[in-house]
Design a protein around this ligand. Structure first.
Ligand code: ZN
Length: 114
């Protein structure tokens, strides 16, 4: 299956974050005229870095478990929401609230008390 990746601003790509020292989904911040990603941002540490082709793959290659509000989530966990699609927990706000980064934006979601 040969799928040519087409990216747009706001898409997520996995890239190694030097600040976090962890590979995670970064948000595409800018594209070149021919549609190549030039800059990406880390949702955890907010660092903006050059996109390094070859070191990244589509974030959708790893699929999180279906979202379950009775579950307790940790920062960095991925989940699959029936409406919003794949998301990654970027912050635990309160014991029962968390911010989840979806393909388009961050949404505040319920979670179980952990
Ligand atoms: Zn980072």
């Amino acid at each position: 299956m040969q799928e040519k990746p087409v990216f747009k601003i706001g898409d997520r790509v996995d890239q190694m974050c030097k600040t976090c020292n962890e590979e995670r989904g970064h948000i595409v911040l800018s594209l070149s005229k021919i549609g190549r990603i030039t800059r990406v941002g880390c949702p955890m540490c907010a660092s903006r870095v050059m996109y390094r082709a070859g070191t990244t793959r589509r974030a959708s290659s790893k699929v999180g478990a279906p979202y379950d509000r009775t579950r307790a989530y940790r920062k960095g966990q991925t989940l699959m929401h029936p409406t919003f699609g794949e998301g990654e927990v970027t912050a635990i706000i309160e014991p029962q609230k968390m911010d989840v980064l979806f393909a388009d934006r961050i949404r505040r979601m319920m979670q179980a008390h952990s």
